[in-house]
Design a protein around this ligand. Structure first.
Ligand SMILES: Cc1cc2nc3c(=O)[nH]c(=O)nc-3n(C[C@H](O)[C@H](O)[C@H](O)COP(=O)(O)O)c2cc1C
Length: 161
């Protein structure tokens, strides 16, 4: 069984919750798992597997996920690394495999990540903020597919000894 860190960059909490769900699945499989906000992670050495996820905003990974990748690059290259993104406010992420956005694809190759998944996102209908509230008028809802997330976590688990 592996020691696994799940770190997340999340503005409105839905990516953080995905990270918790992934953590639960991995724990159920017997792994030792810590789930943390990426900005609070101090040292990633000591984990055999790291899962790093970030919300997508305007086509870019959440800044905490990017900073984490930059700060811990050397240690991340030495472990088994998996990435995920959350964002699409429709069913597309459940229906097909959505490739990483450009910036995340660059991190994948730089850090030699083992894999990536895109999960649907969530937006509150009562969202505040000019851009977010106008987006929410059209696209509010919870598009996270827990079955898809669990299946992905199971796959990571199976490849984590
Ligand atoms: C202003 C704004 C911009 C967004 N841009 C994108 C985007 O470029 N691509 C995408 O897939 N989702 C986008 N989303 C959807 C968010 O990624 C989604 O709401 C996600 O679940 C937010 O995660 P969080 O709750 O962890 O912050 C955007 C949402 C907002 C409010």
């Amino acid at each position: 069984m592996a020691r696994i860190l799940v770190a997340h960059g999340s503005k409105r909490g839905s990516t953080a919750e995905i990270a918790e769900w992934i953590g639960e699945t991995l724990r159920d499989d017997g792994h030792h798992v810590d789930v943390t906000a990426a900005k609070d992670a101090r040292d990633v050495r000591g984990y055999e597997v790291v899962i790093l996820g970030g919300a997508l905003y305007a086509g870019v990974w959440h800044k905490d996920a990017r900073r984490f990748a930059r700060r811990h690059a050397e240690a991340l290259r030495a472990c088994s690394l998996w990435l995920f993104s959350s964002g699409p406010l429709d069913r597309t992420a459940s229906e097909k495999d959505i490739p990483p956005v450009r910036g995340v694809a660059a991190w994948m190759s730089r850090l030699e990540a083992a894999g990536h998944a895109t999960f649907g996102g969530r937006l509150d209908p009562e969202q505040r903020g000019i851009v977010a509230s106008s987006l929410a008028k059209r696209m509010a809802g919870d598009h996270r597919d827990r079955e898809q997330i669990t299946a992905w976590a199971k796959d990571v688990s199976a490849q984590s000894g």
